[in-house]
Design a protein around this ligand. Structure first.
Ligand SMILES: [Cu+2]
Length: 223
């Protein structure tokens, strides 16, 4: 950013001089080279969010990466209305091929692929997509800082976070998981499916995956 700022200042200073000295062409050429470099650094990705656990949830997400600044935009539908939905970027940056699980991940055959049952498929939590504050794994179940679905079950989320270089380099290996389901359809998280294996104070319904989406690579400029 500092480099950009300086380059722009240099161009602004160069232009008045160029008008009198007729060396405007080199100054403009250098500016256009700079724009090309910036476009290459800015990478955008699309994610289709597909339901997990027959939740009926879905949607899409856009990720755009500018250096180590990652902007995550999520548009989800079919979530449990009025309830917080924990959401994370799962997977690893070490090249292991994680993917969204199917119902075969339901080891104890209770009809729910819990977060723990899904972990071998989608990998550990890499980033917690909170609305504010910490975004590390430590905030995975910070439900007071997770987005809340509207009365229509829709949720939109946008946040720019600074990620590690490893995440920036391996963003295509990661994926988005939203949590929180309502299998008995009573409009709230309850203990009908027992306690969450992640935090016994939370119902299983609050932490089981609702949707998952893999990051599709594309190199087009988002600007
Ligand atoms: Cu998660």
């Amino acid at each position: 950013m500092t480099t950009t700022h300086h380059a722009r200042l240099a161009t602004l200073i160069a232009v008045p001089a160029a008008l009198t000295l007729a060396v405007a062409v080199p100054a403009l050429a250098s500016d256009s080279d700079h724009s090309t470099t910036k476009a290459q650094q800015h990478r955008g990705y699309h994610v289709d969010l597909r339901q997990q656990n027959n939740s009926g949830a879905g949607g899409s997400a856009q990720l755009s990466l500018d250096g180590r600044k990652l902007t995550v935009k999520i548009y989800a539908t079919g979530l449990v209305p009025g309830q917080p939905h924990a959401q994370h970027i799962h997977g690893s940056t070490t090249g292991k091929d994680f993917r969204c699980p199917d119902m075969t991940a339901d080891k104890n055959k209770d009809g729910i692929v819990t977060t723990t049952e899904g972990l071998p498929a989608y990998g550990d939590i890499n980033i917690s997509l909170t609305t504010k504050g910490d975004t590390t794994k430590a905030s995975a179940l910070a439900v007071d800082r997770m987005p809340v679905a509207g009365k229509d079950g829709k949720l939109s989320y946008s946040r720019t976070i600074t990620v590690s270089q490893a995440v920036a380099d391996h963003i295509k290996n990661l994926h988005i998981v939203q949590h929180g389901i309502d299998p008995n359809g009573n409009g709230t998280y309850d203990f009908s499916k027992g306690k969450s294996e992640l935090d016994p104070k939370l119902p299983q319904e609050a932490t089981a995956p609702a949707s998952c989406g893999m990051i599709k690579g594309s190199t087009h400029d988002m600007k």
